[in-house]
Design a protein around this ligand. Structure first.
Ligand code: ATP
Length: 263
């Protein structure tokens, strides 16, 4: 059964000067439970819009998205979000930030404390419990925001360029860490990126979106064995797949916007 089913989704935004703008056109996609799907494509192709529609932060103009709630009751939120900025509350410690969704869900103190500890351990930051966001590096802040997103045990994790603001080395490390966390947890993940190598490293399937209007251009299965290592990015298979995806991005790119492809 699909964890996420996107059926015939189109999105129209009201543009400047009252003109409407078709951001997504007739997008359909089935995502399996526990699958890691990456949305890739040139700037402006609608990756974030599709992610926000899946996350119910935005409604589709046409079509629908269904999320399988499994055994959960209707009131439970099956979604966790991680954005490019960690969006932690600066006045709260790392532990208190991770605890926030649990507080909001009315989870009792003892269970909350245990769960927060478990999550900070999962993301490799048990010692950061009492630290405040300004005392943490960018990579550590993103780990805390991943811990926060996982705290209420969502079935689906939605990630919008979560490592886009990190330096290349930290980003490689965070990709390895995210893979480890995902292998331990097997959440369904939808992950937006501009980076072809990040997509190939992480994905079970890469959904390439094209522009004008945003649509699904291709879907590529990545069959590289797991756990994937940074060394694997140098193999012929990895490079070949990355080159093919870069070629596709070049082909679907909006001619007015040719600068936004990254490695
Ligand atoms: N709230 C909005 N109002 C009007 N237009 C919007 C809105 N959100 C997105 N758009 C437009 O919809 C299109 C798709 O935007 P979106 O941010 O989803 O693309 P993207 O692929 O995520 O881009 P990037 O890779 O640059 O982040 C763009 O042309 C954008 O300007």
């Amino acid at each position: 059964m699909s964890a996420i089913k996107v059926e015939g989704v189109s999105k129209v935004f009201a543009g400047a000067g009252g003109q409407s703008m078709l951001a997504l056109s007739d997008v359909s996609l089935d995502i399996a439970d526990g699958e890691f799907v990456v949305l890739l494509g040139p700037s402006g192709c609608g990756k974030t819009t599709l992610l926000r529609i899946i996350g119910q932060l935005e409604s589709p103009t046409v079509g629908r998205v269904s999320l399988d709630h499994g055994t959960r009751s209707d009131g439970d939120r099956p979604l966790g979000f991680v954005f490019q900025e960690a969006t932690l509350m600066p006045w709260r410690s790392a532990a208190a930030n991770v605890a926030l969704p649990l507080e909001m869900a009315g989870v009792g103190r003892r269970e909350r404390t245990a769960r927060v500890r478990e999550m900070l351990e999962l993301v490799g930051l048990p010692e950061a419990e009492g630290k405040h966001p300004h005392q943490l590096s960018g990579g550590m802040r993103q780990r805390v925001s991943i811990a926060r997103a996982l705290a209420h045990d969502p079935q689906v994790l939605l990630m919008d360029e979560p490592f886009g603001a990190l330096d290349a080395q930290t980003r490689d490390m965070m990709n390895s860490e995210l893979q480890r966390i995902w292998l331990e947890n097997r959440k369904t993940v939808v992950f937006v990126t501009h980076s072809v190598s990040e997509a190939v490293f992480l994905a079970d399937r890469i959904v390439m979106l094209g522009t004008k209007p945003g649509h699904i251009h291709s879907i590529t299965e990545v069959t590289l064995p797991r756990p994937r290592t940074i060394d694997m990015t140098e193999t012929a298979e990895f490079r070949h797949l990355a080159a093919e995806l870069r070629r596709q991005i070049g082909a679907v790119q909006d001619p007015d916007n040719r600068s936004a492809v990254s490695a």
